[in-house]
Design a protein around this ligand. Structure first.
Ligand code: MG
Length: 456
């Protein structure tokens, strides 16, 4: 069954359109009715202008269902995810639209273990919503709203997981670009407590995100780059709107997309630990597999999406997970993406190395990547995918957990239908530019042929 309201990361939309008080109230009642038999819910919100609106409606709907509500305030998503098991609550709601533009907002529904709920639960909530099968309590059963600030416990937890003395001795400095989002509330404080000198940029909360926009894409981080080189900082870090992701820049100002920084975390964490189990989505770079071979670890692939990575980490007892968009999952802290934890770990890596970050990142090979997409009507996606799976060329290994991924000795191809748009996405990576071009052309030809076969 296909989901109607939930997307890759919760329910999102433009506020005022379908994200209006009536929809939010009904959906919150559906979530409360399906997820809880009374119990306790923890709520947090990002810095968007519409977040107080959504939050009030959600709280009212949960109170109507007889739920006790704990409000942890304006916080990053990973802090809310920490708070749910920490406060022994039954579930959590994070009001956020992550990296989407300012007019968007949404909710992430968090299970009692701090991880977003899985697809079967999302489908049950949607069914409850459609059937309007809501359970409300009488006036005498309405519970309280308690305000609790768990930010110091959250920061202490992360500090306890790194070598504080060593980091302090190294006297590092970092530029933190909060992007006017909620990461600004934690990362500068965390790094300062670790003895890192922080130069903050765009760290004033502003729901219109006037600084550099909500999404930390490298082309928007030119000011962070400039300030890093001018101040001689050891590294820079930029968060997305709810700070579950972190994009790093090196001491020379160069911004690295997630695959390089995740590779660095992977190498460092797996080398230091007995547990060398690592989880990553099927779209990740070969750099991840190179490191697994180097350290003698084991890699587990998941479909694209952070919930799959989190759940696989628990299932296979993995210490680390990583996504190329800058999502780092550090098991000893929590099996969810956490941009603040990534900041603390980066400080620890640099404190332990003689080298600067630019040199550390040079150690990883450069692969040639290509990305492309082809339109495909939504109702043909399944048949087209099936045809592609049956007609791909011979490869060393073929994985079909999310689209089809072909591994060759000198590169790989991933063809997958988009979960949100009527397109097929094609990703290619190879050791040479020429090989990447050949793989891409062959894949485009195959997808076009498959679509032509079914299109009337
Ligand atoms: Mg996010």
């Amino acid at each position: 069954m296909k989901r109607k309201y939930f997307g890759t990361n919760g329910i999102r939309g433009v506020v005022g359109n379908h994200m209006n008080p009536i929809f939010i109230s009904k959906m919150s009642s559906a979530i409360a009715s399906y997820m809880l038999d009374k119990g306790t819910m923890v709520i947090g919100a990002d810095s968007r202008l519409s977040s107080p609106l959504l939050k009030s409606v959600i709280i009212a709907s949960f109170l109507a269902s007889g739920t006790e509500v704990i409000d942890v305030g304006t916080v990053p998503t990973p802090l809310l995810q920490f708070a749910v098991p920490f406060l022994k609550a039954d579930m959590g709601i994070m009001v956020t639209a992550s990296h989407n533009p300012p007019e968007f907002n949404g909710v992430k529904v968090i299970d009692s273990d701090g991880i977003e709920i899985d697809t079967p639960k999302q489908l049950k909530i949607e069914q409850t919503y459609e059937e309007e099968n809501f359970s409300y309590v009488g006036w005498s059963e309405n519970k309280e709203i308690t305000k609790i600030d768990v930010s110091s416990e959250y920061i202490d937890r992360m500090i306890g997981l790194v070598d504080l003395d060593k980091i302090r001795r190294r006297k590092l400095s970092a530029v933190v670009d909060g992007g006017n989002g909620v990461g600004s509330l934690v990362t500068p404080i965390l790094l300062r407590q670790l003895g890192v000198k922080v130069i903050s940029l765009n760290c004033q909360l502003d729901g219109s995100f006037p600084g550099r926009g909500v999404e930390p894409v490298p082309e928007r981080l030119s000011l962070m780059k400039k300030i890093t080189t001018e101040t001689g900082a050891d590294f820079s870090i930029a968060h997305d709107g709810d700070a579950d992701r972190a994009i790093f820049g090196d001491d020379k100002g160069k911004i690295h997309y997630g695959d390089k920084s995740i590779a660095l975390f992977e190498k460092w964490v797996l080398q230091q630990n007995e547990n060398k189990r690592f989880v990553t989505p099927i779209s990740s770079s070969s750099v991840m597999t190179d490191i697994i071979e180097e350290v003698g670890g084991k890699i587990f692939w998941t479909p694209v999406g952070c919930i799959y990575v989190s759940r696989k980490m628990i299932e296979k007892n993995c210490i680390l997970g990583g996504e190329e968009n800058g999502g780092l999952f550090y098991g000893p802290h929590q099996s969810v993406r956490d941009g603040m934890m990534a900041a603390a770990l980066m400080a620890e890596i640099l404190a332990n190395s003689e080298k600067r970050l630019s040199n550390l990142l040079l150690e990883f090979p450069n692969y040639y990547q290509r990305k492309d997409k082809i339109s495909c009507p939504e109702d043909l996606k399944e048949e087209v995918m099936e045809y592609i799976k049956n007609n791909v060329e011979e490869a060393d290994e073929i994985i079909t957990i999310d689209g089809v991924k072909l591994f060759f000795s000198d590169g790989w191809v991933l063809i997958r239908p988009s979960g949100t748009e009527s397109i097929f996405r094609i990703f290619v990576e190879a050791k040479t530019s020429k090989r990447a071009e050949i793989l891409m052309n062959k894949s485009l030809e195959l997808v076009r042929k498959a679509i032509a076969k079914y299109k009337i």
